[in-house]
Design a protein around this ligand. Structure first.
Ligand code: BGC
Length: 366
């Protein structure tokens, strides 16, 4: 009798402890805001992770950041992991704008609010908000730099673009084309490496299909190695009149550095002007060293602040403030947009050091 009482009591204690441990476990894994970023392989997104961490110090909200490593399948898995941790808001920068639709639809089904971060998730109604830089003006700033630094007329122009799976690649190229096309038409530039762009050189407003054709031909897929191989192929094929002083539209810093290295190593290229974007630390060093001409500074601190501000508003039951909207092919997504800044040797100190984005000691020769 006593013996069985003892074992029942023991069983109850064990059960209570198990329940307690389970409850604690659940408590530990509760996350209110899930953040999914595309890859750790590009400094741009590691920078975003760091800026999120800086912004979240001392916050009462629990967050978790996961990386998709360039895979839409991994991205979906990450979203599912976060759904299981009870998130109420998902901040996600898609690897592939179309493919991410399935992941955010799964989140929507659970009543989670979705904020598309930097890149728009396309062709789904499961995106609630979009925080972004003014991407058309990124491309326009790059192109304007090439125009402002053009040497005479008939200068060879090499065009490169981002990945076609990224809606931003279209916006960047569209912005650049708006500025470059009149300068191609008036003979300032001659296109060196794209028969598709050449065929459209008299068309100012390109349709999505026309943009697709050019991007399909000059894409880097956001991959510095692919950019390097393409640049090498283009220079090998280029006739002498496509060398000398050249202008290069490179879509971002990672691809700009590798394209610049290829052009810098060709003795028939006497000078080059090359664009970039992201103000990556390595590119700022390239700008200081005169190897990359400019970059477009997108202050990630602002994007992070906007995304977290929206998330907190949602958690507090408020409607986040927006400044406009973007059509994603299915719906108009309410958006908050941030301006960008052209940076070259002349204003790098002011924009990036004085603003405390980087430390002077991060660079040599400043
Ligand atoms: C981002 C850029 C980035 C590129 C490659 C774009 O969507 O806006 O900042 O360089 O993707 O990751």
């Amino acid at each position: 009798m006593r013996k069985s009482f003892k074992s029942v009591a023991l069983l109850i204690v064990v059960l209570l402890l198990t329940a307690l441990v389970a409850a604690c476990g659940k408590g530990d894994s509760k996350v209110s805001v899930g953040i999914v970023l595309p890859t750790k392989d590009e400094p741009r997104w590691v920078q975003d992770e760091q800026r999120f961490k800086d912004a979240l110090k001392g916050s009462k909200y629990t967050t978790e950041i996961l990386f998709s490593q360039g895979s839409s399948a991994k991205e979906k898995e990450n979203v599912e992991t976060l759904i299981n941790k009870g998130i109420k808001v998902l901040i996600i920068c898609p690897q592939d704008g179309d493919a991410a639709a399935a992941a955010v639809e799964a989140a929507k089904d659970e009543g989670i609010k979705v904020i598309s971060y930097d890149r728009l998730i396309t062709n789904t109604d499961a995106v609630d908000y979009y925080v972004t830089f003014d991407s058309v003006s990124v491309g326009a700033a790059q192109a304007q730099y090439l125009v402002d630094n053009a040497k005479g007329s008939g200068e060879p122009l090499y065009l490169y673009a981002g990945a076609a799976s990224d809606n931003n690649a279209f916006l960047f190229f569209q912005g650049a084309w708006n500025v470059l096309q009149p300068k191609i038409a008036d003979g300032t530039f001659k296109i060196a490496n794209s028969s598709e762009a050449e065929a459209l050189k008299d068309t100012k407003d390109l349709s999505r299909d026309q943009l697709s054709k050019i991007i399909g031909q000059v894409t880097t897929n956001w991959d510095p190695n692919e950019a390097k191989n393409k640049a090498q192929t283009h220079l090998t094929a280029a006739a002498a009149d496509m060398k000398g002083d050249v202008a290069i539209l490179a879509p971002n810093d990672g691809t700009a550095r590798s394209i610049a290295d290829v052009f810098g190593a060709d003795s028939a290229v006497s000078s080059y002007v090359v664009t970039g974007q992201d103000a990556e630390q390595a590119s700022i060093q390239y700008v200081i060293d005169g190897k990359q001409s400019m970059t477009v500074f997108k202050d990630v601190r602002t994007l992070v602040k906007d995304a977290m501000g929206m998330a907190v508003d949602i958690l507090d039951g408020k409607d986040p403030a927006t400044t406009g909207s973007y059509n994603n092919g299915k719906v108009d997504v309410k958006a908050k947009q941030t301006n960008v800044i052209t940076v070259n040797k002349d204003n790098v100190q002011k924009e990036l050091i004085d603003s405390a984005y980087y430390k002077a000691s991060d660079f040599t020769g400043l």
